[in-house]
Design a binder for this molecule. Structure first.
Ligand SMILES: NC(=O)c1ccc[n+]([C@@H]2O[C@H](COP(=O)([O-])OP(=O)(O)OC[C@H]3O[C@@H](n4cnc5c(N)ncnc54)[C@H](OP(=O)(O)O)[C@@H]3O)[C@@H](O)[C@H]2O)c1
Length: 292
């Protein structure tokens, strides 16, 4: 079973997807992991140019025997590619690697310098039918406001770090008001034990005969968020989809609401985007990727 949520333009997005950040590519493990995810029923895959695995993902999907239209593919434009023409070029490179003529969703990865110009490229791609849903990642209210001020087509989604210890309440309220969907990255706290061993979640999980991971994913789905857990473990790949056969009670949802610390698990990612050394290193990485 799977559910979907509707973007402001009516496009349906499968609510439970699969994130492919940091899945190791050596010895065919990446391909095997994606094959297992497809087998388990995932059709929505979240990648980005900076992950360096678009080509492998595209190959597995092309060889899956399942028509391209049954997949929902997201990629993201990296900070060094922000700008109207640059972003368009980056989009074409992502499509080529993913072996597709269109993307289901294309996001600006961070609100780096040039994101307003990059948004124009996304609008054009949307108008040409090359992308079905356009949006942002890691944008805060001020960045979304900027986009809304300059945009012909407002952002439809924002993908941000979210989990029970960092619930993003003020941003979610703003987004809901402006019909911007919420997508949770790091939905399992990136595997952090302070979340996955949390006593409160453990007691809720025991009551439902579920794992803590499943309780967290159920909580995201209840909030109408799109969620993209990553796993390289065959058991957990399946486990993370077994979340449609139970419900959290109102009291349990209230208990999870109390867990919010208001703090990210790492530094605010928008800060690092303007660090010159970081920009240089990621540009070098992408140049090497383009040669492959
Ligand atoms: N836009 C952005 O800036 C941004 C940033 C980060 C991530 N993302 C996207 O969001 C996706 C998900 O985020 P993420 O990969 O950072 O973190 P995540 O999905 O919250 O956590 C992944 C970690 O949790 C473990 N795990 C998976 N299922 C589990 C379960 N049921 N129980 C216990 N542990 C479990 C995984 O280990 P095993 O692999 O061993 O199972 C892995 O260590 C990424 O893959 C990427 O597509 C986007």
């Amino acid at each position: 079973m799977s559910l979907s949520v509707r973007a402001a333009n009516g496009v349906e997005i499968p609510q439970l997807g699969f994130g492919v950040y940091k899945i190791k590519g050596k010895n065919g493990l990446f391909e095997q992991t994606i094959r297992e995810a497809i087998q388990a029923g995932y059709r929505h895959f979240d990648t980005a140019r900076i992950y360096g695995n678009e080509a492998e993902l595209g190959r597995v999907i092309a060889n899956s025997g399942i028509p391209r239209e049954e997949f929902f593919l997201t990629s993201k434009v990296w900070t060094t590619d922000l700008g109207e023409e640059r972003t368009r070029r980056a989009f074409e490179q992502s499509c080529k690697k993913l072996k597709t003529t269109y993307l289901d969703m294309y996001l600006i990865h961070f609100a780096g310098p040039g994101y307003v110009e990059a948004w124009r490229a996304l609008e054009r791609l949307y108008e040409e039918g090359r992308v079905k849903v356009i949006g942002a990642a890691n944008f805060e209210i001020e960045h979304l406001e900027q986009l809304r001020k300059h945009a012909k087509i407002p952002p439809m989604i924002n993908q941000v770090e979210t989990h029970p210890l960092f619930q993003q309440q003020p941003l979610r309220e703003y987004m809901s008001h402006h019909r911007i969907l919420h997508e949770a990255w790091g939905p399992l706290g990136q595997g952090n034990v302070s979340l996955l061993d949390h006593e409160e979640l453990r007691s809720i999980a025991d009551r439902h005969h579920k794992t803590v991971g499943q309780v967290i994913l159920r909580w995201h789905l209840n909030r109408n968020s799109i969620v993209i857990p990553k796993s390289s473990n065959p058991k957990r790949i399946k486990e993370n989809r077994q979340v449609f056969d139970f419900e959290l009670s109102g009291e349990e949802i209230d208990r999870i609401a109390q867990m919010d610390t208001g703090r990210r698990s790492s530094v605010n990612p928008n800060g690092i985007q303007v660090n010159p050394l970081y920009v240089k290193l990621t540009r070098l990485f992408l140049n090497v990727q383009n040669l492959q």
